[in-house]
Ligand binder design. Sequence first.
Ligand SMILES: [Zn+2]
Length: 249
Amino acid sequence: MHSDLERVITLQRLDSAAHDAQRRLADEPARAQALDARLEAARQRLASAKDRLAANQNARRAIEKEVAVHQGRLSKFRDQAMAVKTNQEYHAVQKEIGFAQTEIKTLEDRILERMLEADDLSSSLKRAETDLAAEQKAVEAEHKAMTSENSELTALLARITVERAEIVRAIDPHVLKIFELISKRRHGVAVAEARDGICMICHVRLRPQVFNTVRGNDAITQCDSCQRILYFSPAAASATPANVPQTAR
Ligand SMILES: [Zn+2]
């Protein structure tokens, strides 16, 4: 293979890898934010479960105070019942006693409802605590993975810079200029595989003599349509494409 053609293929592979690494690094703040939001949501769920249980307990205590008031009245009426002189007074006090008893019964039913509700709220609270602990563990693990990915990608970018500089030193400056120009115009993809007479990136059919030249892999040949530098991969002609990305146009 033409040595500069081999170099532009390698340059493209390095540039594409660097581009992917940079994009992944650029995504990090958003990913970290999403993790923090997940944790915050679990904290919120726990806080609101605690609030609901506290509200339930407050409501129950308020009802218990009301019960105490009515029980005070009840014992006062019972004392009065001992001291009544007339039948009329007796009936009046009995009626008050009946009212107070009904009131107490109603309030006690409400306390029972609150207690049943408290059981559900306690289980919800326990679930929210377990969920938060699990989220904390998962989020911590993902942060850790992100940190190690960050150092891997940073190291990769450093290696790519070194390797790229070596190629740039060795390549014909004119070829490098073509590569850089097309790379700039074509979203960072300056090299394309030609297969079955077609540019595999812009999908335009090449003139037969152009494809023939490309098949030799012995010159810097550009696609008439997208201007990318073309190469031919005998192995890929019947299998998968080479390591040059096929997505950009
Ligand atoms: Zn093309």
